[in-house]
Design a protein around this ligand. Sequence first.
Ligand SMILES: [Zn+2]
Length: 100
Amino acid sequence: MESFREGKVPYLHCLNCKRNFFYPRDRCPNCHSSSLEVRVSSGKGKVFSVTEFQGKVYAIIEMEEGFRLYANVLDKVEIGEEVIAVKGDGRPNFKRVSKP
Ligand SMILES: [Zn+2]
């Protein structure tokens, strides 16, 4: 079994409306509450949209906790593919989850 160098993906959970969204914000974009809690994602998500620019792959990833973020993907991926966060510089990168 392959072991992943998992990147940490922090996100915010609103204690008022229970929505999850990407870090950093100081108020909930849904209900404007400031009762927010930082949580750490599993790192698993699916490609929501993908763009290639100068040989690099960028994608909007929909995380399994329900929030989306924009990130660099180390592999060529297609919409709907499963990806996982790996360590990047400053922010997480993603790579394709290899299918059995
Ligand atoms: Zn809220």
